[in-house]
Design a protein around this ligand. Structure first.
Ligand SMILES: *[C@@H]1O[C@H](CO)[C@@H](O)[C@H](O)[C@H]1NC(C)=O
Ligand SMILES: *[C@@H]1O[C@H](CO)[C@@H](O)[C@H](O)[C@H]1NC(C)=O
Ligand SMILES: *[C@@H]1O[C@H](CO)[C@@H](O)[C@H](O)[C@H]1NC(C)=O
Ligand SMILES: *[C@@H]1O[C@H](CO)[C@@H](O)[C@H](O)[C@H]1NC(C)=O
Ligand SMILES: *[C@@H]1O[C@H](CO)[C@@H](O)[C@H](O)[C@H]1NC(C)=O
Ligand SMILES: *[C@@H]1O[C@H](CO)[C@@H](O)[C@H](O)[C@H]1NC(C)=O
Ligand SMILES: *[C@@H]1O[C@H](CO)[C@@H](O)[C@H](O)[C@H]1NC(C)=O
Length: 854
């Protein structure tokens, strides 16, 4: 969300075109090594001074491959590699990396760095956007030659087991028979730690990275391959001091959970769970969990809110901040202009158990996003949501949300909007093109050919949002408790009745043990996010059979609930995200502001304006977002598809910052493409089926939307279309753009635990009913974006809070549970009543449709 959406495309996603005409880096340059005669297809990342747009490097980077003779027809698992990276010290400065699958997550990563005249390498693996761990599968690298001089290092190597991988059951490959492979690269200027020993090397986050489609031409495969591979004789191991590599402590603290890593994990012994029980245990302190905790505690219920991550905002004890905020009550999470920092340093903040970017800190997405805050478009409820959740049902809930968090499109306390040149360029064009300027939150239903200034949840020049409102009032009550740094592993249940949750410490201070809900009447609400809540259901024996089998085969297996109590539901299906398609323009009037620089070394004027008056550019979310604009496209299938465009003052796709703007198109309501989330043997979630552009009319809407925008902006003097450029048709641009989550996601993941009336136990698509209760249970609820049946117009944070307000109404209206008397039904394939039996009775199965208390 917000910053997420922007910086994934900025830092992780660019120049990602398979089509040769669209980006130089895709087209191979044939290179013959003069010493060995090895012929490579190589791809070149250009060198520029700044590196700042994320797709260029300091000093350049070149990667090449030579494949086995049949490598273009039969998928190879090995290759001969060429890697040349910049480094300005022969001792140890910097490193570079190649993702052999494209994305950073769930792909084999090869890292290389110069050390003491040699080049050392390591195979690594990342399950999330945090420090990678050592790869545990079978991959070997044998060197053919290496050279290190004062500016570059160059390695020729034989890489075996490198194009298909298996990290504890998380498998993948990069097929070489498709005439192109998708690759990623990264470059860091700072030297790694423990550079002498590859088995314990660690590193800070890289400065630049990208993903690209690398076209393989006929030169890539060669009959001499075996001969060349035989030149690889040098195994360079570094110096690990003889002893087993001592794993260094990294920011990845994993409590007592066993991770996939061969490096030892810091083991935190948890605080034993106290004996108190709670009317409600809410898992996840984000946009869903915080409002619910407040509403339920206000109603007099005892509430425990459990957050996996650490505190974020200074208000709750967060500490992460740049030096210039020392001595204030603010952290990086509180200052809107610093939200970008997540893309420079996400360690300890991004979840490590999902291959997507998600905030594992108090506040969740609302702690790390750009704070965009939209009054829900009524049609979003009416189109996608079931009875009870239509716009008329939601309006009171939305009203309460916006009375507590009104939001503002003038976040600076002095009322001024700063650096509006980019806004003005595009707005003038849209206006001339017949689009209407609106105040978005005054007319939330006007989302066709309209544009607006960006509304944020910010207040008083700070982030604000749920953490500054709902959590403050909840926290003031004695019947509310907040635990942070604590992971919920699973719910504990007897049949369909939940008695508590099992917790583990995520970091020091976290709890360990089982915490129970109030007997008979207590309830558990999962608000752990689209991936987090779905994962919790799977670990609790609730989900599709194939996924529960994976959990059974994992480290959870021995203590997992018996398969006779598994509840079959389509958890993980119906996954959706806004499909992102980036476009770039430039115009001489645009003025860029360096929000990254503001972290280390803020402009003194801007700093004091912020510190003294909560005013200035730093009250606006990085990177100067706006205008926001909307379009609706009528499809040949009769469906109207919603587009939201987010413009920001920054280059991408290789266009330098300065005079450029990126306009990201989100395809939302009406999109029919859906994907799937699954779980790996190491209990990490992955997006295994992409939810992007699987449907022809979804693709056509994306194309038409760009054409409509080009048409609207056609009379803006001196505006240059960089992507797509004047020589590229919109059809070619869209059809040739790589569809990978790395470049197409918006990180507005929804839908994995769909709400609906068609009970998933009986072949329906729904995981939760219209009270947000999980089918097949009587006191387990899910309230977060995972229950959205389909996508909405805008960034979803305010919708999630609205859903939480509505869920409060529904959940609190449910009758208090009563245990079944003798002979009462207590289970069954379509049973929706109580799953409890009175004391002394046991729920006894007659057949799959009927169990009774005996
Ligand atoms: C190495 O390059 C970086 C990035 O250009 C620069 O900041 C640094 O000063 C250089 N170091 C040396 C020793 O030249
Ligand atoms: C170092 O090696 C690179 C790559 O081979 C080459 O382009 C560069 O000119 C070399 N620099 C020096 C100072 O020899
Ligand atoms: C910081 O303190 C100011 C002044 O008391 C207050 O208005 C603001 O809400 C606080 N912000 C945080 C994040 O604690
Ligand atoms: C959106 O607005 C355009 C321009 O006014 C119009 O042509 C189009 O029919 C509208 N789309 C819908 C779905 O109403
Ligand atoms: C359930 O588990 C038992 C052993 O734990 C096994 O024998 C049986 O095949 C499993 N049943 C199913 C449907 O997987
Ligand atoms: C800081 O920003 C102000 C405008 O806000 C500008 O006038 C000034 O030159 C900048 N100072 C520096 C050192 O860049
Ligand atoms: C367009 O650029 C030309 C040449 O730089 C300049 O003279 C002209 O004023 C610009 N027009 C606008 C509307 O910016």
């Amino acid at each position: 969300m917000g910053c997420f959406a922007f910086f994934v495309t900025l830092l992780l996603a660019v120049s990602s075109y398979i089509h040769p005409s669209l980006a130089q880096s895709s087209t191979p340059t044939v290179y013959t090594d003069p010493d060995t005669g090895i012929i490579f297809d190589t791809w070149i990342v250009p060198a520029t001074g700044s590196g700042a747009s994320g797709v260029t490097t300091y000093g350049g980077l070149k990667f090449g491959m030579a494949l086995p003779e049949d490598g273009l027809t039969t998928d190879a698992t090995e290759f001969i590699g060429y890697l040349q990276c910049a480094s300005n010290s022969s001792i140890a400065t910097g490193w570079c990396g190649i993702s052999l699958g494209g994305p950073m997550t769930n792909s084999l990563l090869l890292m290389a760095w110069p050390y003491d005249g040699e080049i050392l390498t390591a195979f690594l693996w990342a399950t999330g956007y945090d420090t990678p761990v050592q790869y545990t599968g079978d991959a070997t690298l044998t060197q053919i030659s290496s050279t290190v001089n004062s500016t570059h290092f160059t390695l020729l190597f034989h890489c075996q087991g490198c194009l298909a991988w298996d990290q504890d059951g998380a498998t993948g490959s990069n097929p070489t028979s498709d005439s192109a492979v998708v690759l990623g690269w990264s470059q860091a200027i700072a030297a790694p730690s423990n550079p002498q020993c590859p088995a314990s090397v660690t590193m800070a986050q890289h400065e630049a990275q990208s993903i690209f489609g690398a076209v393989l031409d006929s030169n890539a495969a060669n009959p001499s391959y075996s001969e060349w591979a035989a030149l690889a004789t040098n195994t360079v191991t570094g110096a690990c001091g003889g002893a087993t590599a001592t794993p260094t402590t990294t920011v990845t603290t994993t409590g007592t959970v066993t991770t996939t890593s061969t490096t030892a994990t810091a083991t935190v012994s948890g605080v034993p769970v106290p004996t108190a029980t709670y009317d409600y245990i809410i898992v996840g302190g984000g946009a869903g969990g915080i409002p619910l905790a407040d509403k339920l505690s206000e109603a007099g219920k005892s509430v425990l809110l459990i957050e996996k991550g650490p505190p974020s905002s200074g208000r709750w004890g967060g500490t992460l901040k740049p030096d210039w905020l020392d001595g204030t009550n603010l952290t990086r999470f509180d200052v809107p202009g610093l939200c970008n920092q997540i893309w420079v340093d996400s360690a300890g903040i991004a979840c490590t158990d999902t291959d997507q970017m998600a905030g594992c800190v108090l506040g969740g997405g609302t702690a790390v996003n750009a704070g965009l805050w939209w009054k829900p478009n009524p049609i979003d409820w009416d189109y996608n949501f079931p009875t009870g959740w239509k716009s008329t049902d939601m309006s009171a809930a939305a009203g309460r949300v916006f009375s507590r968090i009104p939001g503002t499109d003038h976040p600076s306390m002095d009322g001024t909007l700063y650096l509006q040149q980019g806004f003005n360029v595009l707005a003038s064009g849209l206006k001339a093109g017949g689009w209407a300027e609106i105040t978005a939150n005054s007319v939330p239903d006007q989302k066709n050919h309209t544009y607006a200034h960006t509304p944020y949840m910010f207040s008083n020049g700070e982030r604000g949002g749920p953490m500054a409102t709902y959590l403050v009032s909840a926290h003031a009550r004695s019947n509310f408790k907040l635990w942070t740094d604590t992971t919920v592993k699973r719910v504990i249940r007897t049949g369909g009745h939940i008695t508590g949750v099992e917790v583990e410490p995520q970091a020091a201070g976290g709890y360990a043990g089982v915490v129970n809900v109030t007997p008979i009447s207590g309830r558990v609400i999962l608000s752990a996010g689209t991936f987090g809540s779905a994962k919790l259901l799977l670990r609790s024996g609730i989900g599709p059979a194939d996924q529960l089998a994976v959990v059974k085969g994992s480290s959870d297996g021995p203590t997992m609930i018996s398969n006779s109590s598994w509840i079959t539901l389509p958890v993980g299906y119906n996954l959706e995200d806004h499909t992102n398609t980036d476009t770039v323009i430039s115009h001489p009037d645009v003025v860029f502001y360096d929000f990254y620089e503001a972290w280390d070394n803020p402009n003194a004027t801007d700093e004091s304006l912020y510190m003294d008056k909560r005013s200035g550019i730093l009250t606006q979310a990085a990177p100067n977002i706006g205008p926001m604009f909307w379009d609706e496209i009528s499809g040949a299938d009769g469906i109207v598809r919603q587009l939201q465009w987010t413009a920001r003052v920054e280059g991408s796709l290789g266009v330098e910052n300065g005079k450029s703007m990126t306009m990201s198109q989100y395809l939302g309501r009406g999109a029919t493409s859906r994907g799937r989330m699954t779980i790996t043997n190491s209990l990490n979630t992955v997006v295994s089926t992409l939810p992007y552009l699987n449907d022809k009319n979804d693709v056509l809407a994306v194309i038409q939307g760009i054409k409509n925008l080009q048409d609207a902006l056609k009379n803006v003097a001196n505006l240059t279309w960089e992507f797509p450029d004047a020589d590229t048709s919109v059809e070619d641009y869209v059809n040739n753009m790589l569809v990978s989550y790395t470049n197409r996601r918006s990180n507005h993941w929804i839908g994995a635990n769909k709400m609906g009336t068609d009970d998933g136990r009986s072949g329906g698509s729904a995981v939760v009913d219209t009270n947000t209760k999980v089918y097949g249970t009587d006191n387990l609820f899910v309230v977060d974006a995972s229950i959205f049946p389909g996508h909405v117009t805008t960034n979803p944070s305010s919708y999630i809070v609205t859903v939480a307000e509505r869920a409060y109404e529904r959940i609190s209206a449910l009758a208090t549970a009563t245990p079944g008397a003798k002979f009462a039904q207590c289970d069954g394939a379509t049973w929706t009543g109580s799953f409890q039996c009175a004391d002394g009775l046991t729920c006894t199965m007659k057949d799959v449709y009927y169990s009774q208390c005996l």
